[in-house]
Design a binder for this molecule. Sequence first.
Ligand SMILES: [Zn+2]
Length: 331
Amino acid sequence: MRSDIIEKLVSVGLTEEEIRKKIDEKKKEVEGLLTEEGILSIIASEYGITLENEVEELKIKDIVDGLKDVNITAKVLAVYPVKELEGNKKVANISIGDETGRIRLTLWNEQCDYLSEIKREDVIDIVGAISKKGMKDTELSLGYKGKIIVNPEGKKITLEKKEPSRKSINELKKGDRYTEIRGTVVKLYRLRIYEGCPDCFRRVEFKDEKKYCNSCNKFVESIYIPICEIGVDDSTGYIKCILFGNVAEELLGKEGGELYSSLAELSKKTYSLKKAEEEFIFENFYYLLGKEVLMSGRVEDNEFLGLEFRTYALKKFDELKEAYKILGGME
Ligand SMILES: [Zn+2]
């Protein structure tokens, strides 16, 4: 911002020395009430330079601890439910991203009302946010006078594209985020299905005999969301993999609704739902045993069961690329 204004002043014929002098003069005039940037804006306007609509837009990678008045355009990656706090306070988080990274934005109290208009995949203009160090990374919160413009006209965001890093299963560590594994399905644990919100995929609740999403704060037409648990072995190790929603449907080649009716049918004849969930996957999808899979995902540590691979996507094999990887590994 500051250097932009100086550049503009230079372009209308001032030397840096003259600018410096003017800043010092103004400083005395305003008796320390303005920042240097504020002073520069005044000088700029005296020279007929307009700075309107030139609010600097940052990219996520530029956001460091301690910035005020952050303006940024980003895509909504996830919207988390509003939490009620003591003393009638509310807080909510959304996760946003652009081509340079991702960051969390926190909304307080009446700012949480924005959540009724914001959903995943929306592009939002955030005006007047503040950055600070959070528990893990730098985070944003909307300032007192901050605002959000949902789906501003003509703005598009392409998300950061990262190639997942390929690892063998014995190399996987808790917290690995964008990782790829290749292995063989050697175990089918169970297939669970729940009724979820079509927008945010969270479990719906019943309210007045209708389905309600607490996180989107509205009644919804729920969908059946499968969660499939399989065991994968790649000869270096074994890991339990959790496939969720579309990814599970892709592996099983059936849609959630269809899976739900067959599972419901079977559970009538089985003494517990868990038993039905286990029998169902084994009886209907035993042919998956021995299937080779290439998956991207992240590694989580399950307190009781050890490491788990949360699968983001099943990937198609690119035979040639795979061959190069194997050859490369043999060198
Ligand atoms: Zn929802």
